[in-house]
Design a protein around this ligand. Structure first.
Ligand SMILES: Cc1cc2nc3c(=O)[nH]c(=O)nc-3n(C[C@H](O)[C@H](O)[C@H](O)COP(=O)(O)O)c2cc1C
Length: 178
């Protein structure tokens, strides 16, 4: 199974449209896919108890057991918020790190995709995220994919740009081969 993480909790986030396209491509290639959307997190996780460690908040533990622990490969889609990736994603990574640090990302493969309204495709935020995943022991795929001006790539709530579809398909193949 490959887990895709949609890295923002913003309602009607455009990032999720790219995640859905990537998920379809992986399924077409025969992979089982799970999608963990930061919009699905309960705000109640993010209290001071989130740092208590084991056994940890029951709901957060359940998400960890379902989406993170059994998975060997991930693709993380990070929109650009103020020149980096969204804080909710870091909060989630910190929250699960105190539950089971070794079982999270160590020795696992992670593909990173940046998305932005602007021209930089969140390449800087993806680099920040790559450092965090490397710190947690993950193998980050060398193809860090920046996607810029994303409003222009969408039509009728779907990814419509052929070139972007091509690069995402290629990344899906690379993640499967990793
Ligand atoms: C809090 C916040 C900060 C943002 N900062 C940036 C930014 O620094 N650079 C940029 O190109 N776009 C920025 N954006 C626009 C996002 O790139 C845009 O919302 C895009 O659609 C991807 O995010 P989404 O999944 O929330 O839709 C920001 C959006 C929000 C909500």
């Amino acid at each position: 199974m490959i887990t895709l993480i949609s890295g923002t909790n913003r309602p009607e986030s455009r990032t999720r449209l790219f995640v859905d396209y990537f998920a379809d491509q992986l399924r077409r290639l025969g992979e089982e896919v799970a999608i963990l959307d930061m919009a699905d997190l309960h705000h109640g996780y993010f209290q001071e108890e989130m740092y208590q460690g084991k056994p940890g908040n029951a709901d957060l533990v359940a998400l960890h057991r379902r989406y993170i622990q059994p998975t060997r490969k991930f693709a993380v889609f990070a929109p650009e918020y103020n020149g980096s990736y969204p804080g909710v994603l870091k909060l989630f990574l910190d929250g699960i790190s105190v539950i089971d640090y070794a079982g999270n990302f160590a020795g696992k493969h992670v593909a990173l995709v940046g998305l932005a309204s602007g021209r930089a495709g969140n390449l800087r935020g993806v680099d920040h995220l790559a450092d965090v995943f490397a710190h947690m022991g993950a193998w980050v795929l060398p193809n860090r994919l920046p996607i810029s001006s994303i409003e222009n790539l969408i039509a009728e709530d779907e990814l419509s740009d052929e070139e972007t579809k091509n690069v995402l398909r290629k990344l899906a193949e690379q993640l499967i081969a990793a």
